[in-house]
Design a protein around this ligand. Sequence first.
Ligand SMILES: Cc1cc2nc3c(=O)[nH]c(=O)nc-3n(C[C@H](O)[C@H](O)[C@H](O)COP(=O)(O)O)c2cc1C
Length: 267
Amino acid sequence: MFSESFAEAWRARYGVDPGFELPELAPFLRHRSVRDFAPEPIGERTLSALIAAAQSASTSSNLQLWSVVSVDAPESRAAFAELAGNQRQILSAARFLVFCADHHRLRRAGARVGEDCEGLDYAEFGLMAFLDAALAAERLVCAAEALGLGACYIGAVRNDLQRSSALLGLPSGVAPLFGLCLGWPEAGCAAEIKPRLDQAVVWHRERYDPQAEVAAYDERMRPFYVSQGMKGEVTWSMRSARRVDGRHMTGREVLKAFFERVGFWIR
Ligand SMILES: Cc1cc2nc3c(=O)[nH]c(=O)nc-3n(C[C@H](O)[C@H](O)[C@H](O)COP(=O)(O)O)c2cc1C
């Protein structure tokens, strides 16, 4: 349904012409989060193929320290939508998945062969689980978009980790990281390609440039905000800095304690 060429998608990302064409990469550049879904379902086979794509992602030492829970029951969907601040896309998505960091499975496998797996207490293996889950999820999103599906991550499942865990029946050693809405974009879905930072401030050559400035991006984001019905005078820097001012934690200030309690990042 989204059909921008490589050059069109590049212009939307950076506000300038790429000066070259690489059509094979157009599908990757034309990503946007989709929050308006048509009522058509995503069948079991399709979902199974998407999970296979996710499992095909690289994974540190092949430990595969992640799991995903699909949530179809309307009452669970409603509970997730509510704890996520009434995000309607959780209800209208054909599928809702929650990606989890998972040490439980390896601990059990280790116990069966007489290993205590104590190393999982280290931050290193917590980080590995987070990375594995993120890499798997994004590969699933790329695969879904290749089919014409739309996706929207839901970090707001972390607004109430206790409740999210209870809804999913997670044992100790498994922690919810983020949700993912999947579905067919509604006809006429207005989701747009969102501009990104200039490559010059993200891509450093040989050595990191600590003076890289985002002022040009602030300017480029203005018309995008206005097109989305948001205030143009509130820049990306202002919005983003406010987002991390520590006063808008929406329940996530307890995250460190939660992860420690369920067995991650202890040492
Ligand atoms: C881990 C993660 C969590 C996110 N959580 C939410 C969310 O709770 N609700 C939402 O509407 N979008 C969420 N998003 C989507 C981002 O807002 C979106 O990716 C970002 O604004 C860039 O827009 P784009 O994906 O359209 O390019 C999340 C994205 C990521 C990667």
